[in-house]
Design a binder for this molecule. Structure first.
Ligand SMILES: Nc1ncnc2c1ncn2[C@@H]1O[C@H](COP(=O)(O)OP(=O)(O)OP(=O)(O)O)[C@@H](O)[C@H]1O
Ligand SMILES: [Mg+2]
Length: 355
């Protein structure tokens, strides 16, 4: 699949911008802070229903304006279409001009896989970043997952509120049974999705990682483990009951799929703890390439690749083996230096010009 054209209106530092993309490689270059990543952010917004970096949607609206609009025309194997995002006090999405009621209705119309310099956080930071990575990937493939996850989070919030009511208002503990039951039902469903996709990742990542690291002297064996305390619904329920006193005193739920984690090992050692900087970078690259591979397999065509600041991230060898692996996709790359003989766009102060 590919994006034919994007139109930005009062989005970030763009006022009125139209960009026509090539089916294959597109290089967006320019100095820092000119608006390169903003273009990738706009594409991601119509693909996934939200920004990959803004905390609040309002940040996307051009300073001093009230409304931002992004419109993308796309082509897949069997259909073409137009997705529009309008951000004002609320965020609305339209497919071919028809307003969509739920954000999940637009997810998966176009599939993107994004690589950003912050991906390294998947390795380096806390479990929440790894869960987000996994959740994003599953959501883009299984929109129903979003509903289940949202329901889980709502139920969790309600259980936490009730825990505090027990503590401060002496409400009966027995009522927690109801929350525990619905929490464990939803946790079980989330667990199944996550387990399924972690298994897929765990299998595929081995070969991909070998490919990327093949020039090294020592073989690197990568493995991934999914850590969850919701593997079995009944055991989870029992453990929730055991943790009740603790949960009441803390005012939040200490067990559940909101505590899940992924551990990535190289040669059986957690790469987060023992990996060198380069090994951490390579592991995350393998992980993202695995995501790409899985998305491609599941949707039956190549997703669009968004590579933010990609060239600065890799040495020449790794860049080369990377580009070999992504052959066949539409690729949109941002970087600071011009690359000769490629389809390029120059960005300066919120204006993007095709060269
Ligand atoms: N809501 C907004 N309204 C107007 N300008 C904005 C808004 N949000 C961000 N900007 C501007 O957009 C610019 C940053 O854009 P972007 O992140 O795309 O830069 P970049 O070209 O990718 O830079 P780098 O090479 O440093 O990554 C900054 O100049 C910032 O002030
Ligand atoms: Mg940038």
């Amino acid at each position: 699949m590919y994006i034919k054209k994007i139109t930005l209106t009062d989005f970030r530092n763009y006022e009125n911008q139209e960009i026509v993309f090539d089916k294959n490689l597109n290089i967006i270059y320019g100095n820092n802070a000119q608006g390169k990543t903003n273009i990738l952010e706009a594409i991601f917004l119509v693909a996934m229903g939200k920004s990959f970096r803004a905390k609040k949607d309002k940040e996307l609206i051009k300073f001093g304006k009230n409304l931002a609009k992004v419109e993308v025309e796309y082509q897949t194997i069997d259909r073409d279409g137009k997705i529009t995002a309008i951000i004002e006090d609320k965020k609305n999405f339209f497919i071919n001009g028809v307003k969509q009621n739920k954000i999940s209705d637009i997810i998966g119309k176009i599939n993107v896989v994004i690589f950003t310099p912050n991906d390294i956080d998947i390795i380096k930071e806390g479990p929440d970043v790894r869960r987000r990575f996994l959740d994003m990937m599953i959501s883009s493939l299984k929109p129903n997952y979003i509903h289940i996850l949202n329901n889980y989070n709502k139920t969790l919030e309600q259980r936490n509120t009730y825990l505090r009511q027990i503590k401060y208002e002496n409400k009966p503990k027995k009522m927690l049974d109801i929350w525990d039951e619905s929490l464990s039902n939803l946790a079980e469903q989330v667990y199944k999705y996550r387990e399924n996709y972690v298994n897929k990742i765990a299998i595929k990542i081995k070969d991909i990682h070998k490919m990327i690291t093949k020039s090294g002297k020592v073989d690197e064996d990568i493995s991934i483990k999914y850590i969850s305390n919701c593997k079995d619904k009944n055991i989870f329920l029992e453990n929730l009951k055991k943790a009740r006193e603790l949960d009441v005193s803390r005012g939040f739920t200490s067990l559940g799929i909101h505590r899940d984690d992924l551990i990535i090992y190289i040669n059986n050692m957690p790469v987060k703890v023992f990996g060198s900087q380069g090994q951490q970078r390579t592991s995350v690259l393998s992980l993202k390439l695995t995501e790409l591979n899985i998305v491609k397999e599941e949707i039956g065509e190549s997703p669009i690749l968004l590579l933010d600041d990609f060239m600065s991230e890799l040495d020449n060898n790794r860049r080369q083996s990377f580009l070999e692996k992504i052959d066949g996709n539409q690729v949109i790359i941002t970087c600071t230096d011009k690359i000769e003989n490629t389809n390029s766009y120059f960005v300066e102060s919120g204006v993007c010009k095709k060269e």
